[in-house]
Design a protein around this ligand. Structure first.
Ligand SMILES: *Cc1c(COP(=O)(O)O)cnc(C)c1O
Length: 378
């Protein structure tokens, strides 16, 4: 037997409390027993999102929420601005193009965050831009984009600010209403500690107004219908009953910890992981704004990053992530997201040390651990 540790940036581990809650018999999504369940999830999500507005619950992965955000607020031919700083930024472009929008991209070098002035300049140059799409965390590079500053810029225009917060939610303090994020997408298998299968989308008044005139054809992801259903504590189609029951358990756990503590925990786990990497002589892939959800680490010269990922997994049971697209073989990624604590970082760092030493990188065993422990004890 090989004991397994899931330290990937999604799916993430599910707490036993939630697994147990999700083992309960299915209840019917139109029966009265489901009403308090959905009502509680709805309020819990508003708390997590720091919003007074609707947070829709869709039975899909996170990408479904992204697709819905494109087809509910825009029309074919609309000008949109996409911040593309990695695999997930690219996804915004692909979705927008699939629905016939005219995409202008800000191509951000992988490993860097977008410069807010670039977004400001693009909006000034083309006042017809109807929406700006960005990731909070670009999961493929481990970079956090400064959505607070970006929101302040887009807010002054008629454009909608649409944030893919799928991997950032829970790990970063994102003040949806206060900052003026019009639409933000979340997903169940990341910070909220659930299995895959739910997407969340917050929508404010500015966005609902745009929905009134949006002409993109849609059927499954019809946000106005979802909003009407949500007001009755239902979803438009069959609810992901099991996941929503689990969601309540996870949201209660996060509420008991307190939002500030949740963010501080993620920040500390991230700092410890980064300190360990540096102590082992490794470079972080992000050149600025490293994410609190995951740490992307460059493979040392002469060592294949895919092999680090593979050996961690096959020899030691630690499932992290490799690099995507052009980063394949160049980096490996360790998540500290959701149901994550001190000894997840210790496990990851110990595994890293052993695997790197075995691959011939000069490692002083325990050096990374010592650096991580110093941070974790503070
Ligand atoms: C995980 C992730 C997604 C969603 O992927 P799905 O497989 O559709 O759940 C989207 N954006 C980011 C930034 C992610 O990390």
């Amino acid at each position: 037997m090989l004991k397994r540790y899931l330290l990937a940036p999604g799916p993430t581990p599910v707490p036993p409390e939630a697994l147990q809650a999700m083992a309960m018999p299915i209840i019917h999504h139109r029966a009265p027993d489901f009403v308090p369940v959905l009502d509680s999830a709805k309020k819990g999500l508003q708390w997590l999102y720091q919003t007074k507005n609707d947070v829709l619950m869709l039975c899909s992965t996170g990408t479904g929420g992204m697709v819905g955000a494109v087809n509910n607020f825009l029309s074919p031919g609309d000008d949109v601005l996409v911040v593309n700083g990695g695999k997930f930024g690219e996804r915004w472009t692909n979705i927008c193009q699939a629905y016939g929008m005219k995409v202008e991209e800000i191509a951000v070098e992988w490993g860097y965050a977008v410069k807010p002035e670039q977004v400001e300049a693009a909006l000034k140059k083309n006042p017809a831009i109807k929406a700006v799409f960005v990731q909070a965390n670009e999961t493929s590079t481990g970079v956090y984009h400064d959505v607070k500053t970006l929101a302040g810029i887009v807010k002054k225009t008629d454009a909608l600010f649409v944030v893919d917060g799928i991997s950032a939610l829970v790990a970063h303090d994102i003040k949806t209403d206060e900052w003026g994020i019009d639409v933000m997408i979340g997903g169940s298998q990341k910070g909220v500690m659930l299995p895959p299968g739910l997407a969340f989308v917050s929508v404010n008044d500015k966005a609902w107004k745009a929905a009134d005139t949006a002409k993109t054809p849609k059927f499954y992801f019809n946000f106005k219908k979802e909003r009407e259903s949500l007001a009755k504590n239902q979803t438009n189609f069959t609810s992901a009953v099991t996941l929503i029951i689990g969601l309540n358990t996870c949201l209660t756990m996060l509420q008991e910890e307190g939002l500030e503590n949740v963010f501080a925990r993620h920040a500390k786990l991230a700092r410890a992981t980064r300190a360990a990497a540096s102590a082992l002589g490794l470079n972080l892939f992000p050149k600025e704004n490293p994410s609190n959800a995951l740490t992307a680490i460059e493979a040392p010269a002469g060592v294949d990053g895919q092999l680090i990922y593979k050996n961690l997994r096959e020899k030691y049971g630690i499932t992290g992530a490799g690099g995507q697209a052009q980063l394949k073989g160049k980096i490996f990624r360790i998540a500290h997201l959701g149901y994550a604590g001190v000894f997840d970082v210790i496990t990851a760092v110990a595994g890293m040390e052993m695997v790197l030493k075995e691959l011939g990188h000069p490692v002083k065993l325990g050096a990374g651990l010592a650096a991580a422990e110093e941070v974790l004890m503070k």
